[in-house]
Design a protein. Structure first.
Length: 242
């Protein structure tokens, strides 16, 4: 049997695969444990997720279930996404622990701040989506007209809501990605500053395309922070490159 060459970290390919399996197993266990907790506390979590709906349409925020399996599907969906969201710090830490052995000493110094920044920005995007979703509901209801009776299917409502939170969370990682590119010398702060007009146009178009609800307020709520983050990433990049 041929021997594996050792990587820069001193680990063979087989050892890397074993390490990856270990990190994946720990992350899976964390998601499962938090998922069980989310399953148990499903009524409380559902009330929290239903709040934007009730804030937008007071006294008329009931869910309409037309399939006997809808309740079970909803509970399992909340358990899965709740477990994944609550376990995200563990997942990011395990990813960092897997990547760290292959990094240089200078790069390792930035690993923890990047993981923490990713958690903070992702959580900020999720919170922004949560608080702006009520306005999205009001907009979508007004577009349909006053003759429609509003009673949403909980699974469809939750799918749209979770998709919006997930997209907002991912897009809020934009400044972390930009700073990483600057530190890797893929782009320079000067290049980013010269391209700011194209960046603003691109952010505006992307916000319009990727905002699931399609309402102007949600699009603006996503685009404005990303523009601020763009210039903030340029400033951070300049400071770190000194």
């Amino acid at each position: 049997m041929a021997k594996f060459r050792k990587a820069a970290s001193g680990m063979t390919l087989a050892e890397h695969l074993a390490e990856l399996r270990h990190r994946f197993l720990v992350s899976t266990i964390a998601v499962s444990l938090f998922g069980v907790g989310a399953f148990v506390f499903y009524p409380n979590i559902l009330k929290v997720l239903q709040h934007p709906y009730c804030a937008a349409i007071p006294k008329h925020c009931l869910f309409l279930v037309t399939n006997p399996l809808d309740g079970l599907t909803l509970r399992v969906k909340i358990a899965f996404f709740g477990g994944f969201l609550l376990a995200s710090p563990v997942i990011l830490y395990q990813a960092w622990r897997f990547i760290t052995p292959g990094l240089k000493q200078r790069e390792r110094r930035y690993a923890v701040p990047f993981v923490v920044a990713s958690m903070v920005f992702f959580s900020g995007g999720v919170l922004l989506a949560y608080f702006s979703f009520g306005h999205a509901i009001q907009f979508l209801k007004s577009i349909g007209g006053s003759t429609l009776i509003t009673e949403y299917n909980p699974n469809q409502y939750l799918t749209l809501f979770l998709l919006m939170m997930f997209i907002f969370g991912l897009t809020f990682l934009f400044p972390v990605f930009l700073v990483a590119l600057e530190l890797a010398n893929v782009v320079t702060p000067q290049q980013l500053l010269r391209s700011w007009r194209y960046a603003v146009i691109g952010i505006t178009i992307a916000s319009a395309v990727f905002t699931p609800s399609g309402d102007p307020l949600s699009m603006l709520a996503l685009a404005l922070p990303l523009v601020v983050f763009y210039f903030g990433a340029i400033g951070v990049g300049k400071l770190l490159k000194r």
